[in-house]
Design a protein. Structure first.
Length: 93
């Protein structure tokens, strides 16, 4: 969501591409299986959430799978609603 953030956090598409290319060399990528993906969406639907929170749920599913010790977000409220069990790990940068 680098390009979709409100000003002053919005990044131009060309700059977003550079950021993704740069950071992709520094992080381990986590993929969800089809059943993990469906479980994340089902869990979100069960809570009555939709829209952009779907992406948050998928990020949190990956964080859970990776056993992340910190999960950085600019939207702690949504992340904590979706995954209260990870609340202590969810922080703002």
């Amino acid at each position: 969501m680098l390009t979709g953030r409100p000003h002053p956090f919005r990044v131009a598409p060309v700059d977003a591409a550079r950021i993704v290319a740069h950071t992709s060399k520094r992080f381990r990528f986590i993929s969800l299986t089809a059943s993990e993906y469906v479980a994340a969406i089902d869990g979100l639907a069960g809570l009555g959430h939709s829209g952009g929170m779907i992406y948050d749920a998928l990020i949190l599913a990956c964080a859970r799978k990776a056993k992340a010790t910190r999960i950085y977000t600019l939207n702690q409220r949504h992340f904590r609603l979706i995954a209260p069990d990870l609340s202590s790990r969810i922080v703002e940068p």
